[in-house]
Design a binder for this molecule. Sequence first.
Ligand code: FES
Length: 142
Amino acid sequence: MHNKTLLSHFFHPKNMGKMKKPSGYGRAGNPVCGDIMDFYLKIKDEKSKAIIKDVKWETLGCPVALANSSVLSEMVKGKALKDAEKITQKQIIKKLGGEIPHQKLHCSMLALDAFHQAINYYKKKRKIIELKTKPKTKHNFN
Ligand code: FES
């Protein structure tokens, strides 16, 4: 049986849904059960820091996967990207009441995997934009 916190996130999930034009998008799946998780991030620069302004997620998953996504979305919303990307599975489980049955641990990784995919997507996109907008110089110093 799941604890109260986990059940509360399952029955009243936070930040669930799709996002139009996300800055970052990631998908993770579990080949064993076939469940899939999508994570969307809206990231803005504020005072030279990348801040996660909004988070949305969708899942085709079990109660543990769903509750993990909900709690992770709350943990990262409004946070600096460099801090949010350091969040661990252990911290998420702790926020969810501290216990997840051993056979359900893989379910708790889906949200974190999709979140990291979304960050990678954002970083790659940003790098491409920076390369395109880099001022052209007469000389090649490489
Ligand atoms: Fe598939 Fe939990 S059973 S994510």
